[in-house]
Write a protein that binds this ligand. Structure first.
Ligand code: ZN
Length: 278
């Protein structure tokens, strides 16, 4: 099996200090958490940012502070969210591309998300795909339900997304596919040959989906965006703690961990020297 890429998602859009006192929220806290996760073995850091009050934000200056802080310390790949939450405007979401990240998220369809709706209209997705393609940003295609794979392939037919595709299967979100082995298998069998994939299990399903991904040859995402609990009833103290556990588990199961440069080669990400430049 090829080496395994670990993504850390330290903050997300839903996790608050009410859920855990350990979630990083300020640019410095987020950057430090990504750096410590890189030391533990993460190759990709998935970045959400917050304003001073802890609210979701797509402010480019806040992103830039995180990017600069991380890039001054390590070579981890940064994958910026283009969602930022469920209520952001299409214009603000598209503007994230101006930071020229190596990767950014591409949420491949509209869905119910808990009590809200996560809008990703066909028109918006085509604009986002075109913007990412023109800037050579690698899309992390987030798949919450199988129809979203086909949304992506329809956009690919218009030559707005090109192979090799990298999918992130997000299982266990209320409104998306439940986190079951059968669903994960179905998704892995539904993507074009030559694609790479990673998977997320939300909340209590994080570790089980992570373990299946290790065994099936996929890649893994962990972090407080997906779950704040290290074990039932026990909060994780840091994001690096989740990464360390995956590295231990992968060693036990004979799966080697990819460095950021190995991950760039595997995902065919060109090194983006304009990163963070507006
Ligand atoms: Zn995210």
């Amino acid at each position: 099996m090829e080496k395994m890429i670990i993504t850390v998602a330290p903050t997300g859009a839903q996790t608050t200090r009410q859920h855990t006192p350990h979630v990083p929220l300020s640019p410095k806290e987020i950057a430090d958490s990504i750096y410590k996760s890189w030391q533990a073995g993460a190759a990709i850091g998935h970045v959400h940012v917050r304003d001073r009050d802890g609210n979701n934000s797509l402010d480019l200056d806040i992103y830039k502070e995180v990017i600069d802080r991380v890039k001054s310390k390590c070579d981890i790949i940064l994958n910026l969210t283009t969602a930022g939450g469920l209520k952001m405007s299409d214009e603000d979401r598209l503007r994230v591309c101006e930071l020229n990240p190596e990767m950014a998220t591409f949420d491949a369809g509209t869905m119910n998300f808990g009590k809200d709706v996560f809008y990703n209209t066909p028109n918006f997705l085509e604009k986002l795909a075109a913007e990412m393609q023109s800037r050579h940003i690698k899309p992390e295609i987030e798949i919450f339900d199988v129809g979203m794979i086909h949304n992506t392939l329809r956009i690919a037919k218009k030559e707005l997304i090109h192979e090799p595709y990298h999918f992130q299967f997000v299982l266990g979100v209320p409104g998306g596919m439940p986190a079951t082995p059968k669903n994960l298998m179905y998704l892995t069998e539904s993507i074009p040959a030559g694609s790479t994939w990673s998977a997320i299990g939300a909340s209590k399903d994080q570790l089980t989906i992570n373990t299946m991904s290790i065994l099936l040859g996929g890649h893994v995402r962990v972090g407080m965006e997906d779950s704040v609990y290290f074990k039932k009833g026990e909060l994780a103290e840091s994001n690096a703690q989740f990464v360390e556990r995956i590295v231990d588990l992968s060693n036990t199961l004979n799966r080697e961990i990819a460095t950021p440069d190995e991950a760039r080669a595997m995902l065919k990400i060109p090194r983006n020297s304009n990163m963070g430049v507006k």
